[in-house]
Design a protein around this ligand. Sequence first.
Ligand code: GDP
Length: 364
Amino acid sequence: GFKVGIVGLPNVGKSTLFNALTKTAAAQAANFPFCTIEPNVGDVAVPDDRLDKLAAIAKSAQIIPTRITFVDIAGLVKGASKGEGLGNQFLANIREVDAIAHVLRCFEDGDVVHVDGRIDPVADAETIETELMLADIESLEKRLQNITRKVRGGDKDAVQQERLMKAAMAMLEDGKPARLVDVSDEDRKAWDMLQLLTTKPVLYVCNVAEEDAANGNALSDAVGQMAAAQGNSHVVISARIEEEISQLDADEAQEFLAEMGLEEPGLDRVIRAGYELLQLQTYFTVGPKEARAWTITRGTLAPQAAGVIHGDFEKGFIRAETIAYDDYVSLGGENPAKEAGKMRAEGKGYTVKDGDVLHFLFNT
Ligand code: GDP
């Protein structure tokens, strides 16, 4: 599955957010199955109105959303790259996630100590980014010596790796994250294999006070400007509110949201933003037994999309019967769509589109 790591300085609201994320899902167990794999790892259902609409049309007995995993990565402090705090363990945990949700403290509260003694989310973001850049520099320094030896020994793959490592190093030494390096399509795979921390996509999560949940505040605005300048995205939430909502049943939660002037739980936005960040897409399988959402990356071909359900579907793939989401909904289901000529037979070369309703035919 795809993993988003929740990072941030101590006392910014990471655990509060993580607990809300996992509890909310549990509270809605019927529609949003979730499980906690480890204390700090939670599988979270991805909210998607389209799935509910499809299920209503097909009168599906069960609705099964797709999921992504959030990992609460505690322990990042200034000096982590030098082994401070949980240091190296922390950095190893980040290496394993596909994207980073960076929680920033945008609330004032004299009772909650800030590690640097002042509330400045933009400076906090820089503190963390600096640690990640230092960690990348250190790991590259070690690996470059090795790779240079291999290049001298005539290893062809090593030539490409060395070139990419040097490009990353130049960017980092210029004080910038490695994600700003321009990477060609041919180099993409080797680049990803470098597993640098500062190439992971970042989402800033501004944790604001309850009263600022609807409109944000000057601090979250400053984060928004920084994010825009970097080409990163940001969401504004109040972790405290999310924690409270996570303990309510669905009706109470709705009422509470309305009182706060909110349309939906902030968590839904965090989950969706995480999904976007990973460049993920959804396709659906719909029938009377269940309506289910499946996750693929952009550009996935039909056989590999089938493989997400089961390896045999990919191995024995014959074709995919495909109805676009809009056709399925506007025509009122599979049979009417078929009669209107909107069900297409697609072969091995078909790139699955977001929202496709699919039915796979395969040899066993
Ligand atoms: P972590 O160290 O980043 O995991 O932070 P926690 O989630 O443990 O939160 C640290 C403290 O800040 C706890 O006492 C939380 O109750 C408090 N806290 C979290 N979010 C908010 C908030 O939006 N407003 C206020 N006033 N306190 C918060």
